[in-house]
Design a binder for this molecule. Structure first.
Ligand code: ATP
Length: 611
């Protein structure tokens, strides 16, 4: 249930803010453009009202309806004043004439006869209107240019080329040392050589040794990749320039590549130093031949490859990159001279977890009963970041509960909060739902008790936590490298225990089993397609990068996978039902106790099997 995705929060926040500003600017531009358009149209309408067609003018002159004619030198427009009462301004009209001379020839006789006033003006008709016309017609363009400039600025056209620690600009060094990293001893040993390289590059160069260029750190989010990269810089006392892969991804073509160029230029000036590119998969994914944004990404990646090839032998710049999706990377990145060293940063083992907990316990007050070894035992699979988070959550819970120190219970609750979510004691649940949850959880617990490979139950609860209506927690007693086929099959049986209990005890099934079903189906699928554990299919891997590759196996194999997934799930469900029907009395008692007490500890659970 744990969520291992740890997005680059800061970048996301920045992106959000940038997006907000862009949306605001676009809205502003639309509103302004709309206003300008409306204003402009108004003037036009106003102008239309004030305009008179040439033929109308001739008719009006012949009918004696014109009082005055103003003509402007060099203009084909004449201003006329209609005869009548009221303000003269309201009676003014503009007329475009083919030519002043032709017009005068046409109306001279009538003008003389009616004594129409004729005026010759030396300036253009209504010049103010002309200037504003020109200005208003340019305004949308001006606005657009301003908008584009602002977006470019936000996108960092000038170039944000990495956050620097320990540069000559007075920025602080990373300050991280190898002592700040718990566990990861082999990885540190491997990297100590890089520290030495950075400290005395000349000694290596004189010996004819080549400086390592790129080191790729693989590992789940939160395993300490950034920490270890910072520690190398800290130990060597060199500047650390860090940038995240996602910061290279830009809306405008060519910007990503230009940022890569700037980043390397900056690093060369600071040599010896370290460049750290986090989430390198964001730019280092396999290149495609498609167009659009992918071409932009390809350009960025190409630039990175060019820069990595372009170092002089005496430039002591080491590029460290981190990813948790190594399979996504373009093979060109891993060639010699580029990221030719790859180091896996694993989730910590039992001792590693204990040490990480101890390291992060500094500056916190703990009660006597806190046993980091036992907490480490309960947190198999947790990364360094998650363990740091456990202690932080525990400190928050202790403060909220007005404890003087952080107790073991605070830490246990913090672990549960992180794995299953916060306990929701106030949620109102109907008796029917409670009964269903009680049987469902009792089903998991009882079934797993009869499965030799499954670990002991640690706690069963029907108090909702996070999205779960209830939960069954199991003890973790060892760190394992391999999982056996029997263990996977029995895990599926334990998962099916919940649904099987609902059906047997209440003759009903519910949506509560959806997550169990999803996990069980995932296990079955992996057994067949990744681990080659199916006898009928044999040890083949159907893990492919592109679904089209599956075609080489033919429809028969694909059908067989589908059928076998169903067979595995069906078998697991039938086994779970069998165990429960043979132990109905225990299932009932566990469910009843859960309904009364809401929670059962591991000791209380074991009692049911002693009687
Ligand atoms: P991401 O892939 O999400 O960037 P990451 O692998 O780079 O993650 P870090 O950012 O280095 O992980 O680790 C996050 C935090 O977890 C560290 O700042 C540190 O507090 C803690 N941490 C992780 N591993 C260790 C460790 N081995 N020793 C001590 N603290 C650790």
């Amino acid at each position: 249930m744990r969520n291992n995705e740890k997005p680059n929060k800061k970048k996301k926040q920045n992106d959000k803010e940038n997006l907000k500003t862009i949306i605001l600017l676009v809205l502003l531009a639309i509103v302004l453009a709309g206003a300008v358009f409306a204003y402009y149209t108004n003037i036009k309408e106003d102008k239309n009202e004030k305009e008179l067609a040439f033929t109308e003018l001739i008719t009006s002159i012949n009918e004696g309806k014109i009082e005055k004619i103003e003509m402007t030198t060099g203009s084909a427009a004449v201003k006329v004043t209609l005869a009548g009462e009221g303000d003269e301004k309201d009676r003014e009209k503009t007329v475009v004439v083919p030519s002043i001379q032709a017009f005068m020839e046409l109306v001279q006789e009538k003008v003389d006869k009616d004594n129409i006033q004729i005026e010759l003006i030396q300036k253009p008709v209504n010049p103010i209107l002309k200037i504003s016309d020109a200005l208003f017609s340019l305004l949308p363009t001006i606005l657009l240019v301003v908008l584009m400039l602002m977006i470019f600025k936000m996108q960092g056209l000038g170039g944000d080329s990495g956050k620097v620690y320990g540069g000559e600009d007075g920025s602080k060094p990373t300050g991280v040392r190898f002592n700040d990293i718990a566990g990861l001893d082999e990885e540190k040993d491997e990297l100590i050589e890089i520290v030495d390289f950075l400290k005395k590059p000349n000694a290596y160069l004189e010996m004819g040794a080549k400086i390592p260029r790129g080191i790729l750190l693989y590992g789940k989010p939160g395993t300490g990749k950034t920490l270890i990269a910072k520690a190398i810089a800290g130990e060597a006392g060199v500047p650390f320039i860090s940038m995240s892969g996602s910061e290279f991804i830009e809306m405008f073509a060519g910007l990503g590549a230009s940022r890569v160029r700037k980043l390397f230029e900056k690093a060369k000036k600071m040599s010896p130093c370290i460049i750290f590119i986090d989430e390198i998969d964001a730019i280092g994914s396999r290149r495609t031949s498609n167009s659009g944004s992918e071409t932009e990404n390809n350009q960025t990646l190409n630039q990175l490859l060019v820069e990595m090839d372009g170092f002089d032998t005496n430039e002591t710049v080491i590029v460290l990159a981190a990813t948790n999706r190594p399979e996504m990377l373009d093979k060109a990145l891993l060639r010699p001279g580029r990221f030719d060293r790859q180091i896996t940063i694993p989730a910590p083992d039992l001792l590693g977890r204990e040490n990480i907990l101890k390291l992060h316990s500094e500056n916190k007050k703990f009660a006597e009963d806190v046993d980091f070894k036992s907490i480490a035992g309960d947190t198999a699979g947790f990364t360094g970041a998650e363990l740091a988070n456990v202690l932080n959550e525990a400190a928050i819970l202790a403060t909220r509960n007005k404890h003087k120190e952080i107790t073991n219970l605070d830490i246990e609750n913090a672990v549960k909060k992180i794995t299953v979510g916060l306990e929701k004691t106030n949620r109102v649940i109907s008796d029917k739902d409670k009964k269903l949850t009680a049987y469902h959880e009792a089903g998991h617990a009882v079934v797993s008790k009869f499965l030799p490979t499954q670990t002991d139950v640690k706690e069963v609860s029907i108090i909702p936590r996070g999205l779960a209506g209830g939960y069954t927690m199991y003890k973790t007693n060892e760190d394992k490298f391999y999982v056996s086929r029997t263990e996977l099959l029995e895990k599926m049986v334990a998962l099916m225990g919940g649904r099987a209990a609902e059906k047997i005890a209440l003759n009903e099934i519910s949506t509560g089993a959806s997550n169990d079903i999803e996990v069980a189906t995932g296990i079955a699928k992996d057994m067949l397609t990744v681990y080659g554990m199916d006898d009928s299919l044999g040890p083949i891997s159907l893990k492919v990068d592109d679904p089209y590759e599956l075609q080489i196996f033919g429809d028969k194999v694909i059908d067989q996978v589908g059928n076998q997934i169903q067979v595995l799930i069906d078998n697991a469900y039938v086994t779970a039902q069998k165990i429960l029907t043979q132990n109905m009395d225990i299932l009932d008692r566990v469910a009843q106790t859960l309904l009364e007490k809401e929670k059962i500890t591991s000791e209380e659970f074991e009692e049911f099997f002693k009687q």
